[in-house]
Design a protein around this ligand. Structure first.
Ligand SMILES: C[S@@+](CC[C@H](N)C(=O)[O-])C[C@H]1O[C@@H](n2cnc3c(N)ncnc32)[C@H](O)[C@@H]1O
Length: 314
């Protein structure tokens, strides 16, 4: 019977040769999945024997990874914002940088719920996640708001143009016990006839079409419609921006994930919207500008007292 250490060593070599950028980590994650143990147990017990069934499952998993398939699809699982999401080829694998969007969304919602009294009958804070994919953003936010007992005062809509992605998102919502808290709707961007939203969240496709061929092979296993942002990457995001004058409540905020080099083009698109709008962009954990906040411009504090706090005060 092969040992954990032997299997890891062989697979690491194979995955390095096949071009993986993280061959040892991939090998550990896949072996942990095959034998039903976490990585720390593998690392602590390299001498442990691995049974025939687990070794065979591991062999096919390593072969799939050698062919370029992402580890998350092979395991059927991805950690996002401390939650385990079921993932498969129906939707994009949620990326760590998108966790910033969830954190900022929680902040936006909490600010709206706590910055002013909410007499009985005040309508819920309306949030929409456009292009929900696996449901990572909407579900991550719902779970955070549930912990803070804020969910009853919030309505969350999650939309996607892909029926397959929505099926996966619903499955994840059930898995995290928030299926009753989120409405899932198939739609090209925002469904018609909705009342304006207080918070619009979107991680829409933003890769320029010509760059798709340069992505790591793992991305070719993900739906093209989740990645392809048209000629300059901003085609879908521009269409969403164009809906903001009607779709965003007067003191609403749109949080949009963008590519690290798209900030200038996004600012131009925002400046072209009818009316007065502002945008600022937060950096991700590696210091790159990735999260755009788009809002209607408000008079400077003190000029017209009582029209709402400046965004920076949140
Ligand atoms: C980059 S993925 C993001 C998925 C998920 N929000 C996340 O962060 O992991 C973009 C998602 O937007 C969806 N999408 C693309 N174009 C759309 C459109 N016009 N209307 C609604 N959803 C769209 C895709 O199907 C895909 O699920």
């Amino acid at each position: 019977m092969p040992t954990v250490g032997e299997l890891l060593q062989t697979a690491t070599l194979r995955l390095r040769t096949s071009g993986s950028e993280s061959p040892r980590l991939d090998a550990e994650l896949l072996l942990g999945w095959a034998i039903g143990a976490d990585r720390t147990r593998l690392i602590a017990h390299p001498e442990a024997p691995v049974g025939a069934d687990a070794a065979s499952a591991y062999e096919s998993a390593v072969a799939r990874r050698e062919a370029g398939e992402p580890v998350a699809y092979i395991r059927g699982l991805k950690e996002f914002h401390g939650l385990a999401f079921v993932v498969d080829a129906r939707a994009l694998i949620p990326r760590p940088e998108t966790e910033l969007l969830v954190t900022q969304a929680e902040r936006e919602v909490a600010w709206r719920l706590t910055s002013a009294p909410r007499p009985a009958g005040t309508p819920p804070v309306r949030v929409v996640d456009v292009g929900t994919g696996s449901g990572a953003i909407a579900i991550g936010l719902a779970v955070l708001l549930r912990k803070r007992r804020m969910l009853p005062e919030v309505s969350i809509l999650a939309v996607d143009s892909s029926a397959e992605a929505l099926d996966l998102a619903r499955e994840n919502a059930v898995g995290h016990a928030v299926a009753d808290e989120i409405d899932f709707v198939e739609s090209d961007l925002l469904p018609a006839g909705e009342r304006p939203f207080d918070v619009i969240l979107a991680n829409l496709p933003y890769i320029p079409s010509a760059d798709l061929a340069t992505l790591p092979v793992a991305a070719s296993f993900e739906p093209r419609g989740a990645l392809d942002g048209g000629p300059d990457g901003l085609a879908v995001i521009r269409r969403l921006l164009a809906t903001l004058p009607v779709a965003l409540a007067s003191n609403g905020t749109a949080l949009l994930e963008i590519g690290f080099d798209q900030c200038p083009a996004l600012e131009v698109a925002v400046a072209e919207l009818p009316g007065e709008w502002t945008s600022r962009v937060d950096n991700d954990l590696s210091g790159r500008p990735r999260l755009a906040h788009v809002e209607r411009a408000r008079p400077a504090a003190g000029m017209l007292g009582g029209l709402g706090a400046a965004p920076g005060l949140r």
